[in-house]
Design a protein around this ligand. Structure first.
Ligand code: CMC
Length: 434
């Protein structure tokens, strides 16, 4: 009968080992028994960038990268984007189930009643330079929130933890919009709790002198869908940062600030900004072949292309491409769209991209939509952060409740020098006598 084990023969010693297999996985710690000498540390697995290492058991988000499938708590992303809204999806990610009407109303009430930030947060944000990048502002300000809510350290108290979850989801758009208004030197707009989550965000970004801001329904829905599409993506760089930092048990504001820092980079959430810069640089459809050539020679990366997990079309990119047209009906077509469409067409036919299974990812079309809405380039990743907040928090709570949780502490293979003699500075650089 087939056994759920892996037999290993160590050819250095001739010893055999039988290692249990669970969920198609072996435990790296089971390799430790493989030793040449009794006092050896034991065998480790080497996996830089965690290409094939599961760091946790999760029940939040499922991705099948070969078949372009993404599900939150078992619900396909396409269905959620069509039928749900961001706050309902946030509830789903955090609670594992869709809310009943009563649960939903209470949840929305809880979020809406935490949208305002302490006046000192406003002053804190004022302290940034006029040209501060809003991601830097968001990262610093979310970190600062930890000092406003010291009780948040009590992370195993569910009631206290829930309040921080509400606060983070609620205040993220407020801080994001304040960062934008700061860059314009314009007064901050306070939240309007009559509006939807997305509608209120647009209000805080764009309200001028009108008494009541009325978001365009198509734009409001597009923003809401974009938040849904960004809400979680299992163990990506920022979720891993959240879990890694979270494993030392700080308050959620500190862990979320770490996740925002991870998201900031151009290979992660910063790519949506990179796509627009790239499309502007390409400038015209006729220049595309030259850029494809550069990408193939390794001189240049096509931003918004490729993914560690998706080896087929990113399902989020498909939905975003569709909603782009709804937005362009209101805003007029983004002139860079033609370059993007042609770039995608050429790349998808080119052997280099086909062989490496490089397809457009979530960032490829989102920036075009944001730009058409009048949102500036350096705010794009900030919008990603707003959308990803419930996912980070769901991953963090799952970590806290995991019976196998311990502080994250990877191993290394040390290949450096050993037991060197300290040479006084006055003698360094002198040649040794023969
Ligand atoms: N343009 C050109 N070549 C690429 C690209 C690209 N965008 N992405 C990967 N490659 C090539 C890469 O050069 C390598 O080729 P070779 O095997 O000949 O050396 C091969 O494809 C595999 O690339 P990799 O860098 O080993 O792949 P990875 O899984 O480590 O990186 C990635 C994934 C997303 C960081 C990478 O595809 C990339 O840099 N893409 C551009 C940035 C981007 O769009 N990031 C957003 C990701 S989705 C949203 C998010 O997570 O935030």
């Amino acid at each position: 009968m087939a056994k759920d084990t892996l037999s290993i023969t160590d050819n250095r010693t001739g010893k055999n080992y039988e290692i249990p297999i669970e969920n198609d996985t072996i435990r790296a710690a089971d390799l430790k028994q493989i030793k040449v000498k009794d006092d050896d540390f034991g065998m480790m697995s080497y996996d830089p960038a965690f290409g094939n290492t599961a760091a946790c058991i999760s029940r939040v988000t499922f991705i099948d990268g070969d078949n372009g499938i993404l599900q939150y708590r078992g619900y396909p992303i396409e269905v959620l984007a069509e039928k749900s809204n961001f706050l309902e999806v946030s509830y789903l990610l955090l609670h594992g189930e869709l809310p009943t009407k009563t649960e939903y109303d209470q949840w929305v009430h809880n979020i809406i009643h935490h949208t305002i930030v302490h006046e000192n947060i406003k002053r804190f944000m004022d302290g940034f330079r006029y040209d501060a990048h809003p991601m830097g502002m968001l990262l610093g300000t979310v970190g600062a929130l930890s000092t406003f809510y010291p009780e948040a350290k009590d992370i195993f108290n569910k009631e206290i933890r829930d309040i921080q979850v509400h606060r983070l989801i609620a205040k993220m758009p407020t801080m994001a919009a304040f960062a934008y208004r700061h860059s314009l030197g314009m007064p901050y707009v306070y939240p309007d709790n009559d509006l939807s989550y997305a509608g209120n965000f647009l209000n805080m970004l764009f309200k001028m002198t009108e008494l009541k801001y009325k978001p365009n329904p198509a734009i409001e829905r597009a923003i809401d869908i974009l938040f849904i599409l960004h809400a979680d993506h299992e163990q990506n760089c920022s979720a891993s940062a959240m879990r890694n930092v979270g494993s030392s048990l700080p308050d959620p504001y500190s862990a979320t600030a770490a996740a925002i820092a991870a998201l900031y980079g151009p290979l992660h959430g910063g790519a949506n900004e990179g796509v627009l810069q790239m499309l502007k640089e390409i400038g015209s459809v006729k220049n595309i072949p030259e850029y494809i050539k550069k990408a193939k020679s390794g001189e240049f990366r096509l931003m918004g292309f490729g993914h560690r997990v998706y080896k087929s079309y990113d399902p989020r990119a498909k939905i975003i491409k569709e909603i782009a047209y709804d937005v362009f009906e209101v805003t007029g077509k983004n002139p860079l769209l033609d370059i993007a469409l042609e770039l995608e067409k050429i790349a998808l036919e080119d052997e280099y991209f086909v062989k490496r299974k490089l397809y457009p990812n979530v960032d490829f079309y989102s920036g075009l939509i944001y730009q058409s809405m009048g949102i500036p380039l350096d705010m794009f990743t900030v919008l990603f952060a707003i959308g990803r907040t419930p996912g980070w928090l769901a991953q963090w709570i799952e970590l806290l409740e995991d019976p196998e949780r311990r502080i994250a502490r990877p191993r290394q293979i040390y290949l450096g020098e050993m037991d060197r003699k300290y040479v006084p500075m006055s003698e360094r650089g002198k040649k040794k006598k023969a």
